[in-house]
Design a protein around this ligand. Structure first.
Ligand SMILES: C[S@@+](CC[C@H](N)C(=O)[O-])C[C@H]1O[C@@H](n2cnc3c(N)ncnc32)[C@H](O)[C@@H]1O
Length: 357
């Protein structure tokens, strides 16, 4: 209903799009308060408060992100139905589970436990590399259970105070502006690596309904959730595997993209994944990622980059923020590297040189 109302009023009241997103931000901001209390009680210490300069800059950056997102929807870069109103019943039932689970998460944070898995989750260990066998963000079962998959997107929305979806959509900016994908993606093959539950995949599929999209992830349970979330999108295929070592032939895809993958990878794995992207993308094709900003991309937000890995189990994040992704893109042979930021994320896009270059 909200979507339909937005669509009808799109031309007359464009600010509604931003207002809608700001309402979402308020919702997730309010949902973060109990989590902070639980964290304080169980862990015994509060999360470090950000300085005023950080907060001021964060507000400006969020406003700019929402404005650009709305501008692009109005311009037809992507359809307005990428804005998904949550189903209230599912939302609040999940929120209850999420609060209960947050007690366990805070306990793991307090006791620095990062290798706790249920027996069922451990069954997946044979399929995943060693660095991945951990509770990223101290989340229960890491990425290796259906329960974790159920809570993950909501946890991310709370963490980023309702801005995660707009940041994910920055990958569409790259595909429109630099890869110059035509209207509906007809004839295109896109590979998405680290698709998780398919949140960015849905936006890709809605924006490029005629493109053939292959989305890959290491986690079988998250791919299970993605399958459910993507059941209306028959042109998307889901594949389980390591983005650093795929079975695709050389020069297969017109574009290889990822959202929020690289900050979770060890340095060598980041390079291997980009080398693999270079191998499977066609000459002249696009390789792009959206992920966390890195040190000094937005100096006023550096505080957040320092606090994040202290509070959440993100073992490779410190290394990630200190090694510019643009340099690794260049190192593997990608060229025409362009970056731009949106709140705490950045889009890095590039081209594989055409065969004659
Ligand atoms: C932070 S999540 C992001 C998920 C999703 N793209 C999103 O926007 O929410 C990182 C994802 O990368 C996946 N992943 C981590 N290492 C991977 C690898 N080497 N190959 C494929 N997927 C990987 C994880 O299973 C997880 O689903």
């Amino acid at each position: 209903m909200i979507q339909r109302a937005l669509e009808k009023s799109l031309l007359s009241v464009p600010q509604l799009l931003e207002g809608y997103q700001q309402l979402g931000s308020l919702l997730y901001l309010s949902e973060s308060v109990p989590l902070q209390l639980i964290h304080r009680v169980v862990k015994g210490t509060p999360i470090e408060a950000p300085p005023k300069a950080y907060l001021d800059k964060a507000i400006t950056e969020v406003t700019n992100l929402f404005e650009e997102d709305a501008r692009r929807m109005r311009a037809g870069d992507y359809p307005v139905n990428v804005l998904q109103a949550p189903n209230p019943r599912a939302h609040f039932s999940r929120l209850g589970k999420l609060y209960l689970d947050s007690v366990k998460i805070s306990w793991r944070r307090r006791n620095k436990k990062s290798k706790e898995f249920s027996d069922k989750a451990r069954e997946h260990f044979a399929d995943v590399p060693e660095y991945y066998q951990r509770n990223f963000h101290h989340q229960t079962d890491g990425y290796l259970s259906a329960e974790s998959a159920e809570l993950y997107d909501h946890q991310v929305d709370i963490l980023f105070r309702g801005t995660a979806s707009a940041m994910r959509r920055m990958i569409l900016w790259g595909l429109r502006d630099q890869a110059e994908v035509l209207d509906d993606g007809e004839g295109m093959k896109i590979l998405e690596v680290g698709c998780g539950n398919g949140s960015a995949t849905i936006d890709l599929a809605k924006t490029f309904p005629k493109a053939k999209i292959v989305s890959l992830d290491l986690s079988a349970p998250y791919l299970g959730a993605a399958k459910e979330n993507l059941k209306k999108h028959s042109r998307v295929s889901l594949v389980q595997g390591d983005a650093a070592e795929t079975d695709f032939k050389d020069n297969t895809f017109d574009a290889v993209v990822s959202v929020f993958l690289f900050h979770e990878l060890p340095r060598e794995e980041r390079e291997r994944v980009l080398k693999e992207a270079y191998r499977v993308v066609k000459p002249g094709g696009y390789v792009g990622m959206v992920d966390s900003i890195q040190m000094d991309d937005v100096p006023e937000l550096n505080f957040g980059l320092e606090v994040f890995p202290k509070e959440f189990h993100e073992p490779f994040y410190k290394n990630y923020v200190n090694h510019a992704m643009e340099d690794i893109f260049h190192q593997v042979g990608l060229r025409d590297i362009k970056s731009r930021t949106g709140f705490v994320s950045k889009l890095v896009g590039s081209k594989k040189p055409a065969a004659t270059e």
